[in-house]
Design a binder for this molecule. Structure first.
Ligand SMILES: NC(=O)c1ccc[n+]([C@@H]2O[C@H](COP(=O)([O-])OP(=O)(O)OC[C@H]3O[C@@H](n4cnc5c(N)ncnc54)[C@H](O)[C@@H]3O)[C@@H](O)[C@H]2O)c1
Length: 370
């Protein structure tokens, strides 16, 4: 029985599968290695691949690897027991050399998602954050080069970069296109993340140039939805936690910064397109252009959606974060230009209110998910 999975997610997975159509066949009889697979994106990707397997669209296998620094989520046990050898888990810190168990799996596709992604957590562990994005990535790239000789070349490599590589964009570059080079501090409290993603991209493009590895790069812009840990310290999970615990929504800033929020199922469709149809060495923004909304307005919208789900409306209050660097170098505006991703078939369509509604229902049902 599948537990960490409900009708909404079933619909999301079917929608992604329908949108990808024949491209799903590229996963048939293939093995996908997902690093950082125990995280938010790993949750959705893992269920997606097992959905393809269950509905016989593609006989794909997954090898999930993670160091479980934030615990081993229970949904992994569920996939292991439902899919046996087609869903394997290997505990591994990606900054260490790849162990023989991973090498023996001979993955056809590599998705490098291992990185501390929440600002609260990466500021606490800046060196580990840089290591996962640079040393961990390098180890996977070297392995991909070795695979060109034996036993067979890999078919695709997706590196998860970030919208943070743009830093705080010049207003004339909002919505931000991929060719904007960014406005980023190399020493500020967010630099461990931003600069390691930037150097990660530099590593990727040069491994394409020098070794012709089929690497593509996704730049996610604020994804949200089922699978995001409630204690993750990102704005969506913090507000959801406030709403579900019957608390006020706490703003830790003046709420003026604006963001666009992209529902996970839209984003996962985009990531798989980048993996399967992106050009080697190219980066693609994956997010949604509208609405660009201030954090204060977002809190109000979330509170109203919360009222529909829980029957109680949370009030919005201001407080100061314990973290003195909470807002330092935090971009005022973040909004993607997604025309490049649209050119390979990306077309996000889940409205913010709808996505937040689905997210709250899912949290309500699976609140124990860690
Ligand atoms: N979700 C978003 O909106 C978003 C936005 C920008 C970038 N990204 C990037 O996408 C990727 C996945 O993001 P997510 O939201 O799933 O993050 P997440 O924090 O939910 O998951 C990341 C996973 O990586 C693992 N990890 C961290 N360091 C590791 C290491 N050294 N070895 C092995 N595992 C390690 C963690 O245990 C965790 O399970 C990350 O690279 C992140 O930087 C995500």
């Amino acid at each position: 029985m599948i537990m960490f999975y409900d009708n909404y997610i079933q619909k999301d997975l079917s929608d992604i599968s329908r949108k990808l159509g024949d491209k799903n066949k590229q996963f048939d009889e293939k093995t996908v290695l997902i690093t950082g697979g125990a995280g938010f994106l790993g949750y959705y990707l893992s269920y997606y691949f097992m959905h393809l397997r269950a509905d016989k669209s593609a006989s794909v296998s997954v090898v999930l690897t993670d160091n479980f620094m934030r615990g081993r989520p229970s949904w992994i046990n569920e996939l292991e027991s439902n899919f046996g050898q087609a869903f394997r888990t290997i505990m591994h810190d990606i900054i260490e050399p790849l162990p023989p168990e991973i090498i023996a799996c001979q993955p056809d596709y590599i998705i490098h998602a291992a990185s501390i992604a929440s600002p609260i957590f990466y500021r606490k562990s800046p060196i580990e954050t840089m290591d996962a994005n640079i040393l961990g990535l390098r180890s996977l790239l070297d392995y991909s080069v070795a695979r060109q000789v034996s036993p067979k070349p890999i078919k695709g490599f997706l590196f998860f970069s970030s919208s943070e590589i743009y830093g705080s964009p010049d207003p004339q570059f909002i919505p931000t296109p991929e060719h904007y080079n960014g406005n980023v501090s190399c020493t500020g409290p967010r630099a461990c993340y931003d600069e390691s993603k930037r150097f990660g991209e530099t590593l990727c493009v040069n491994f394409v140039r020098q070794h012709q590895i089929p690497i593509t790069i996704a730049r996610p812009f604020n994804n949200y939805g089922p699978g995001l840990k409630l204690a993750d310290g990102r704005v969506v999970s913090d507000f959801a936690s406030n709403i579900l615990n019957g608390e006020d929504i706490v703003l830790l800033s003046d709420g003026s910064a604006s963001r666009t929020f992209c529902y996970i199922a839209d984003a996962v469709h985009g990531y798989l397109l980048v993996l399967l149809s992106g050009l080697p060495g190219e980066s693609y923004n994956i997010g949604i252009e509208k609405p660009e909304i201030s954090i204060k307005k977002f809190a109000e919208l979330f509170s109203s959606v919360g009222q529909q789900v829980t029957g109680r409306r949370s009030i919005i209050v201001a407080a100061e974060s314990d973290d003195p660097d909470y807002t330092v170098d935090n971009p005022e505006r973040r909004c993607p230009d997604i025309s490049k991703a649209r050119s390979i078939g990306y077309d996000p369509d889940v409205a913010l209110e709808d996505g937040l509604h689905r997210t709250l229902l899912w949290y309500q049902k699976f609140q124990l998910l860690r």
